[in-house]
Design a binder for this molecule. Structure first.
Ligand SMILES: [Zn+2]
Length: 93
């Protein structure tokens, strides 16, 4: 779940050396995940998980909305997003 921490730590120690840059901005309750929108191309897609047993996707740029019943108890944002893109693309032919 919090694998971001190790990821950033690795980058930090490799590139920053002794300089400590506070780039770690992790909110523990909800991980801010932003994806690119297949409709408008902006990085403004937000994945809202576990909202009444369904996941929602909202684009903050063009207003695109999509929702789907959760297929697992702990859906991953990236999985929901992938499913969304899949359906979006196939729906548009
Ligand atoms: Zn959009």
């Amino acid at each position: 779940m919090i694998y971001y921490t190790t990821k950033y730590n690795t980058i930090d120690s490799e590139k920053m050396g002794r300089r400590k840059r506070k780039i770690i901005r992790i909110t523990k309750k909800q991980l801010p995940k932003v994806f690119s929108c297949p409709q408008c191309g902006m990085f403004s897609i937000r994945v809202l998980l576990d909202v009444e047993s369904e996941s929602k996707i909202v684009c903050g740029s063009c207003g695109l909305k999509w929702k789907k019943e959760n297929t697992s108890k702990k859906p991953e944002a990236i999985d929901v997003y992938n499913t969304f893109v899949d359906e979006f693309v196939s729906g548009r032919g």
